[in-house]
Design a protein around this ligand. Structure first.
Ligand code: MF3
Ligand code: CO
Length: 247
């Protein structure tokens, strides 16, 4: 069931979402070669706690960290560890904050120093896929229009869309209905109501969209070892468009 949020509830969601937004910028200003993914996680945890919020990911289904830090061929759910970031890497940082009884969720893919041309394009196109996905989105839009638009843009650019993971509703729980796929058939799916709050999060691969999960039961990597990027925001569906809470 899709929960429709009242203006009061949306008001309460603004704070955790702003913390996610600010934390992602904070990380973006500091991430760089020589840093470990664990150090990135420590930055995230300290930032979120300093805002009086909780890192929602920590302990979620047993997840051991505050952020997912996914390097190169890691698509999502990279567990922070001693891996050292190096020039040319691309790093997706996905994080959630809980405050006022609600969650906010967002992700960005960062470039470590100068990256090769294809990686640079992959990151750019993944961000564009988010904006394509929400283009025209408003109350009454069929859910799978989002995935249709994301897929069109990714494939037009020679990339593929990860299917194994999707966006989702968000609110008092980090994952609520509906599931928001990044592929789909135009004009199909439930019509989104005004007041629905969803995370739109294209995960785009340079090669195959097929993934496997490593024995740690979290880390999802592309089957062919190609790189992947991720870009996510929490958005409110309005009568006349969307409001992005994490930008
Ligand atoms: N932020 C992620 C999402 O978009 C959740 C990561 S799973 C967790 O759904 F275990 F890390 F929380
Ligand atoms: Co999410």
């Amino acid at each position: 069931m899709i929960f429709v949020k009242s203006e009061k509830e949306i008001g309460l969601m603004r704070e955790p979402c702003a913390i996610v937004r600010d934390c992602l910028s904070f990380v973006g200003e500091r991430i760089g070669a020589g840093m470990t993914t664990k150090e990135v996680d420590e930055l995230v945890e300290r930032f979120i706690r300093s805002c009086g919020a909780q890192p929602s990911c920590l302990g979620y289904c047993g997840y051991p960290a505050s952020a997912c830090v996914s390097v190169n061929e890691v698509v999502v759910h990279g567990i922070p560890d001693g891996r050292v970031l190096k020039e040319g890497d691309i790093v997706s940082v996905d994080l959630c904050a809980y405050k006022n009884g609600f969650h906010g969720d967002g992700a960005r893919t960062f470039r470590i120093g100068k990256v090769d041309e294809e990686s640079d394009k992959l990151i750019r196109v993944t961000e564009e896929c988010f904006f394509r996905g929400i283009e025209g989105l408003r109350a009454g839009t069929p859910l799978y229009d989002i995935g249709y638009r994301v897929q069109q843009h990714a494939e037009e650019n020679g990339f593929s869309v990860i299917r194994a993971y999707t966006g989702h509703g968000i609110g008092r729980e980090m994952h609520e209905d509906p599931s928001v796929p990044n592929v789909g058939r135009r004009g199909t799916g439930v019509r989104l109501p005004a007041g629905a709050v969803i995370c739109v999060e294209p995960m785009i691969a340079a090669g195959t969209f097929r993934v496997k999960v490593l024995p740690d039961e979290w880390t999802a990597v592309t089957l062919d070892g190609g790189r992947a990027a991720h870009y996510e925001n929490t958005v409110v569906v309005r009568e006349d468009g969307v409001e992005i809470l994490t930008l």
